[in-house]
Design a protein around this ligand. Structure first.
Ligand code: N2P
Length: 343
């Protein structure tokens, strides 16, 4: 992804002719193509939208930002909505890969918590609508570990050999190894990154695989005892197996907000806006957050949830770090991740 992104940003495709949002008013197109993270929507969100708005939705999923960006940069898939993490939003905007939002048709926007609207990914939401937030930590089966994990270093514990996974995501794997040694998840320091590479390669023989959302089934079956995993996906797994726990390693971890954006060439601009405004409804947002286990960014949704994820408090917050764009170091990270996967 690094080189793809870097080249598209350097080439700097001309931004859309009219930098102000083109109007998204008028009759909806009959089709909408959505590309979202897997297990990141409620069971009925799409079918209810299709019925109410008379739009046919094609819904595809991915497992990492890299996978999504590769498709976006290749330009061939005609998606109307994709869901990048916050650190990618400025890169996609800079690269001219997004179209601005038309706030005139996003009447439910004010339901969003100001904290998320004012986030540095895209202050005020010119291009990106906050969708959900979450954290990365360790999901583990309390019945399958002798002592609960406390540190990122526990992924390498020999007692767990073959019963451990890490996310299939370079930012996550290198980020965790950096945190383990007390560094930033956004480090661009060569020595710190070389150490993170060595640590990742040292932990690798202990791993069953690099796996993302799909690891849930293996935690439930007990094939995997400890997994680096996102908070919401862990909550989904906990509904099936109550012996699954989630913990934040003592060295700290990353917190993310994911956004909904319209790729520059999104063919169904009006239907895409209708979907965004639909997701901004309190009851729709509440259902999505409830069923996926992630944090709601929609203030009006919180009161409608049975079990809303609480915003991190002071002590937790001090150990959380948002991912940032790595700029020119993206290529280096990309090379290190390739080396880890191959090693
Ligand atoms: C969805 C996980 C998305 C969170 N299963 C990672 N940004």
């Amino acid at each position: 992804m690094g080189s793809l992104l870097a080249s598209c940003v350097t080439k700097r495709e001309a931004p859309p002719a009219n930098e102000a949002a083109l109007p998204a008013t008028g009759p909806l197109e009959g089709e909408l193509r959505i590309f979202n993270w897997s297990d990141y929507i409620a069971a009925d969100t799409i079918s209810r939208f299709e019925k109410e708005f008379n739009v046919r939705v094609i819904y595809d999923t991915y497992e990492s930002n890299e996978e999504m960006v590769a498709k976006l940069v290749a330009g061939g898939d005609g998606y109307d909505i994709v869901s990048p993490s916050g650190y990618l939003v400025p890169v996609l905007i800079e690269g001219g890969l997004l179209q601005p939002l038309d706030h005139a048709v996003l009447g439910n926007w004010s339901n969003l918590l100001p904290l998320f609207v004012d986030a540095e990914a895209d202050r005020g939401g010119r291009y990106a609508m906050p969708y959900q937030w979450g954290m990365t930590g360790l999901a583990y089966r309390r019945d399958l570990v002798a002592t609960p994990p406390t540190s990122w270093g526990d992924l390498g514990a020999s007692a767990l050999r073959g019963k451990v996974t890490m996310l299939d995501d370079g930012r996550e794997v290198l980020g965790a190894m950096l945190k383990w040694r007390g560094h930033s998840v956004n480090s661009i320091d060569r020595a710190e990154l070389d150490a993170a590479l060595r640590d990742a390669l040292a932990v690798k023989p202990n791993l069953r695989a690099y796996l993302s959302a799909t690891v849930k089934g293996q935690l439930v079956s007990g094939d995997i005892a400890v997994a680096q995993l996102w908070s919401g996906d862990t909550r989904q797994a906990q509904l099936e197996e109550s012996r699954i726990e989630f913990m934040m390693p003592r060295e700290g971890t990353l917190i993310f907000t994911d956004y909904l954006v319209l790729p520059r060439r999104a063919p169904n601009r009006r239907a895409a806006h209708a979907f965004l405004n639909y997701v901004l409804r309190p009851e729709v947002a509440a259902e999505i957050a409830e069923q996926t286990g992630y944090g709601p960014v929609n203030g009006a949704a919180i009161g409608r949830m049975r079990r809303p994820v609480a915003a991190p408090d002071g002590d937790m917050l001090s150990r959380l770090e948002f991912q940032r764009d790595l700029g020119a170091a993206t290529d280096l990270w990309d090379r290190l991740w390739t080396e880890i996967k191959a090693g």
